[in-house]
Design a protein around this ligand. Structure first.
Ligand SMILES: [Fe+2]
Length: 344
């Protein structure tokens, strides 16, 4: 995909090449076990870039939490990765070279690499940030050969919000922080990169709100692929949203214990009562490495019997390669979580 952007000035006017501020992600623990991370307690503040605290990573993805308190004074572009910003709480204005979009709770903001942007905070924003080495796309199986979403897919183009074009900004010098494989480098430009008089094409940032996801339900328990919302190389991103439960008269609404032998599983809990877990709070992450059985905690299966619906809201990232955990993730990890399936 591509877009053409039409500038007032050539977009090449570099005045200064800054130093590379290195980012060196390190694996803090290789112990293989279940994890419950309370990301509410992650020590994070600053703007939408400086507040990012990486929690998990592998060669396909970096998952961070950001508690955004300040508006950005410079611009930013990811040079090597696409980004999904899941806006959990708060509000702000996303400004980009393609136009602006209001941000609200539940938004998945998808920013393809190369887009230049900044976020102005209105009410401090809590974001789950997912950076992917491959392009983020709608799931292949929900697209027809023309690229249009099929009628039975759980969302449609009409649910997608696109940037509102605002015209060229006044000419001024501007700094752009460029995220690269090994860190962030600042470039100073003679002309503001938002000197755009128009653009056309199919490559642009967009928003899909999780509350617009139309859940696929069944007579018995439906497996995780029904929750899939996006795909990228080495990952799938899924949405668990309020929905009617399985309607067979002997169905067990809580999911069965499973071992996801082919993926590491990250679930970020947004709101509501999660049917299979106890002691989970909003902003909690559970991390179940591949091959390790997990499922409803004692009492949760019985509790689900006869339930007609769930109000759970959660985001899941499954990765096909094992993840590494950072020191920041470990610092808010509940060490007793692996033992939460013992009958008491
Ligand atoms: Fe699972």
């Amino acid at each position: 995909m591509y877009s053409n952007v039409y500038h007032v000035y050539p977009p090449t006017s570099v005045e200064a090449v800054g130093e590379l501020k290195k980012i060196d992600l390190k694996s803090a623990d290789q112990t293989h076990r279940h994890h419950h991370i309370r990301t509410d307690n992650v020590d994070s503040k600053g703007d939408a870039i400086s507040s990012r605290i990486p929690l998990f990573f592998n060669s396909d993805v970096v998952i961070s939490k950001a508690h955004v308190t300040d508006s950005m004074s410079t611009l930013y572009r990811n040079g090597n990765a696409d980004e999904v910003l899941f806006i959990h709480t708060g509000s702000g204005l996303f400004k980009s070279n393609f136009g602006n979009m209001e941000l609200k709770s539940g938004d998945y903001l998808l920013i393809p690499r190369g887009v230049i942007w900044q976020i102005e905070v209105k009410q401090s924003i809590r974001i789950l940030v997912i950076e992917t080495s491959g392009p983020i796309e709608t799931p292949t199986r929900y697209r027809n050969k023309f690229g249009q979403l099929l009628e039975h897919s759980p969302y449609a183009e009409r649910d997608i919000r696109t940037p509102e074009f605002v015209g060229p900004v006044a000419d001024m010098r501007m700094e752009v922080e460029v995220k690269l494989q090994h860190g962030i480098q600042t470039y100073s430009y003679q002309h503001h990169p938002f000197d755009i008089v128009g653009w056309d094409g199919y490559y642009f940032p967009y928003i899909f709100n999780i509350n617009d996801f139309m859940p696929i339900t069944g007579k018995i328990h439906q497996p995780p692929p029904v929750h899939q919302t996006f795909q990228a190389h080495g990952i799938v991103l899924c949405s668990f949203v309020p929905r009617p439960f399985d309607y067979h008269d002997q169905s067990v609404p809580a999911p069965y214990a499973h071992s996801n032998v082919d993926s590491d599983e990250i679930i970020y809990y947004v709101e509501g009562e999660f049917m299979s877990r106890k002691d989970i709070e909003s902003e909690s992450i559970t991390y179940h490495p591949m091959g390790l059985p997990h499922g409803p905690q004692p009492g949760k299966i019985e509790e689900s019997l006869g339930a007609k619906e769930t109000n759970e809201l959660a985001v899941m990232v499954d990765t096909f390669k094992p993840l590494n955990m950072t020191k920041s993730a470990l610092s808010v990890d509940d060490e007793d979580y692996p033992y939460s399936w013992i009958d008491s």
